[in-house]
Write a protein that binds this ligand. Structure first.
Ligand code: SF4
Length: 383
């Protein structure tokens, strides 16, 4: 007799905005695996899972969802203590799967993220079948999202996106990183700005929300302005629903680190990256999407809002930082990276001895390039 399946696959990544989503892995790894800043899947080949095996995973999720909801209080809230008492006798893997479903339901049970790095590379009919089954088995779902590479997304027609939307796919996240062909080549993204624009148009024509990621600083100092302005051009051409900021860090162990050590790319400073954000906002006229700064890696995390209605407010926050004297700017950078402040006005809250210690560290680094290296080194721990 075949043993009953009690676990499901869980992949390694999801966007931060999907922190409360249920994770359904429909592929493994990434089809491209060559972006120079990325090492997530370096030791993994791209795999497509069979629709039957994905359906079995959904069945396990649905079974755990039934178990968890049987522990509802009379007022409809979850009884955490009783729900988690089911842990007893479970293997660690079963506990992980059960807990993910529990946490999802405790958060409303509304969103699902289809993993992994480039899931729409599989045939549209297969994704449609998975979406229909998922929606049927877990009817509380309100939103389903996934990741896709722009090069892959550009090959899917608007008509296919319409079908995907109808079957229940609501949002696509795509790491555009830049809208500059020069920068895209430099980081070996394997995609062009025109493919990004085509993908964006088709997705939006199909009625699916588009969330793109922009990396201020990823082109290095020499391509910094180009990175911002060309990205703004792509953003203007598509008007994505979300533009999410992921300030660049050149991480040890990546191919981009080798380029940096070999002198082929110069590090952007924190100020360079912020200037790119400023240029992006200033040059996104006519865009109505939301600029999200949903990652601690960004220097000013409070710079976010709608690209139309909130642009002046966002620019004012950036200008407030740039109005600080250079030493104060560095003080803010260091204090923020030490978790002491989150916005420039918080500097007033620093204790005298804290401030003195930070200022001493700043003065001990006399060259700008070494300061930028120091910031990059600290930020490596954030990703
Ligand atoms: S497409 Fe995404 S997951 Fe794949 S290598 Fe590039 S950044 Fe990494």
């Amino acid at each position: 007799m075949e043993e009953k399946q009690t676990t499901y696959r869980i992949g390694p990544i999801r966007p931060p905005s999907e922190a409360n989503s249920l994770l359904l892995q429909i592929t493994g790894g990434c089809t491209w695996n060559r972006c120079k800043f990325c090492s997530i899947y370096k030791h993994e080949r791209f795999r497509v899972f069979s629709v039957d095996s994905i359906k079995r995973d959904i069945d396990v999720m649905a079974e755990y969802a039934d178990m968890v909801t049987s522990y509802m209080n009379q007022d409809g809230t979850l009884n955490k203590k009783t729900a988690l008492s089911r842990f007893e006798g479970m293997t660690q893997e079963e506990k992980n799967c059960y807990y993910l479903v529990y946490r999802w339901l405790a958060g409303g049970g509304e969103n699902v993220f289809l993993q992994d790095g480039n899931s729409l590379a599989v045939k549209t009919e297969r994704v449609l079948e998975v979406l229909r089954y998922l929606r049927e088995k877990l009817p509380s779902i309100k939103r389903v999202t996934t990741y896709g590479r722009a090069e892959t997304l550009a090959k899917i027609s608007a008509d296919e996106y319409t079908q995907l939307k109808k079957a229940g796919l609501d949002r696509i996240h795509s790491g555009f990183e830049s809208g500059s062909d020069q920068v895209l080549q430099l980081i070996d993204k394997g995609v062009t700005a025109e493919q990004e624009i085509l993908a964006g148009h088709n997705i939006k024509a199909g009625g699916i929300e588009l969330s793109v990621y922009f990396m201020p600083g990823i082109g290095g100092k020499d391509l910094s302005t180009e990175n911002a302005l060309e990205t703004a051009r792509v953003v203007r051409a598509i008007n994505p629903d979300f533009v999410r900021l992921r300030s660049a860090v050149i991480k040890e162990g990546t191919d981009l680190w080798q380029d940096y050590r070999g002198g082929r790319i110069r590090l952007c400073s924190e100020n360079d990256k912020l200037t790119e954000v400023k240029l992006l906002i200033e040059n996104s006229q006519g865009c109505t999407g939301y600029l999200a700064s949903d990652h601690i890696i960004n220097l000013l995390q409070n710079v976010e809002g709608r690209l139309d209605a909130d642009s002046q407010n966002m620019l004012a926050k950036i200008n407030e930082y740039f109005a600080l004297p250079p030493l104060q700017q560095k003080l803010f950078q260091l204090a923020r990276r030490c978790g002491m402040v989150s916005e420039p006005s918080d500097l007033l809250l620093l204790a005298k001895d804290q401030r003195l210690r930070l200022e001493q560290s700043i003065r001990s680094i006399t060259e700008e390039v070494l300061w930028d290296e120091k910031m990059n080194e600290i930020l490596m721990d954030y990703i």
